[in-house]
Design a protein around this ligand. Structure first.
Ligand code: NAP
Length: 277
């Protein structure tokens, strides 16, 4: 029977556990985990994501502070804000909402986040540590996907995993996480030739492309594990899921699969940062 990798329900049950741990921190150490979010500019989708992250904090009894900066913010101004948050002992996690306006050196700003507060897993150092199998907060979407896979005891070791997409926040860390679990990993991108034949080899396929239903159902073999990180306004992901529900070993529904795990991982890692502080 096909396993539905139901991120919505796993995120909900984990929230209960997170809320209990937050309560215990308050009672035993008189501290509350705090996530600082930074939003630069007025992109409505980014504003919604930041709002959703603040709401998730509230649901589990954590605090969040929202820093909103203008569209014309410079790299130096943003770095100054990040440094203030780095130095504030009451802040346990820092999230810089991606993307930032084009005049800003996003990589430089991500890397300015103190490693101990990099709960969104965006720094090069954090990526390096994670890739080497050292302790690190993983980038939230791929980390959420790995939590979902592990929760459902999906075998990764020895499997052919194909990740379509190589972005720093999703495709690349996803590939390293699967490699760390002993999958044989192929990373595909916009210059990949004959994508179809590579996807056809996949025991585990991860769609992280950003194009609606780009990966066709006919490319995916029976009994594959199908992970769709995309979510588009037409309520579909990056993979054509038409008959996948009936013939895959497991799949993430869209919506309700990967999406809820991303925010859940962010608040979980903020809690862990606070517990470790
Ligand atoms: P991105 O930064 O735009 O990266 C897209 C990747 O897809 C790039 O590596 C690109 O290759 C590759 N690509 C583009 N066209 C391709 C083609 N024709 N063939 C093969 N590969 C191609 O996007 P992202 O931020 O990683 O996001 C990917 C998807 O995940 C989006 O649908 C996004 O909405 C979703 N997402 C979801 C969450 C969540 O919380 N659920 C979080 C983040 C992202 P090149 O490197 O060669 O350009």
């Amino acid at each position: 029977m096909t396993i539905v990798l139901d991120g919505k329900s796993l995120a909900k049950s984990t929230e209960e556990d997170i809320a209990n741990r937050v309560k215990s921190l308050k009672e035993k150490r008189d501290i509350t985990p705090v996530l600082a979010t930074i939003l630069v500019g007025s992109d409505p989708a980014s504003a919604t994501y930041v709002q959703m992250k603040g709401n998730a904090c509230k649901r589990v009894g954590m605090d969040s502070i929202k820093i909103e900066l203008s569209e014309t913010t410079t790299t130096d101004e943003l770095l100054e804000e990040i440094n203030k948050l780095n130095e504030n002992p009451n802040i346990h996690g820092i999230l810089l909402q991606h993307p930032v306006p084009s005049q800003i050196d996003e990589r430089k700003c991500f890397d300015a986040i103190d490693l101990s507060k990099d709960v969104d897993g965006v720094t090069c150092l954090g990526f390096g540590n994670m890739s080497m199998g050292e302790k690190a907060y993983g980038s939230c979407t791929p980390q959420g996907i790995m939590r979902l896979i592990k929760h459902h005891q999906i075998q990764v070791e020895g499997k052919n995993a194909v990740v379509v997409g190589r972005s720093p926040i999703l495709g690349k860390p996803m590939a390293m996480m699967l490699l760390n679990e002993n999958a044989t990993v192929t990373i595909c991108h916009s210059r990949t030739q004959d994508l179809e034949s590579i996807v056809k080899q996949a025991d585990i396929i991860v769609g992280a492309v950003g194009i609606p239903q780009f990966i066709k159902s006919s490319w995916i073999k029976d009994d594959a594990v199908v992970i769709d990180a995309g979510y588009h306004p037409q309520k579909c992901g990056d993979i054509e899921l038409t008959d996948i529900k009936d013939r895959s070993l497991a799949y993430t529904p869209v919506p309700g699969g990967v999406g809820p795990m991303t925010i859940n991982t962010l608040i979980l890692q903020t809690l862990e940062s606070c517990e470790n502080s």
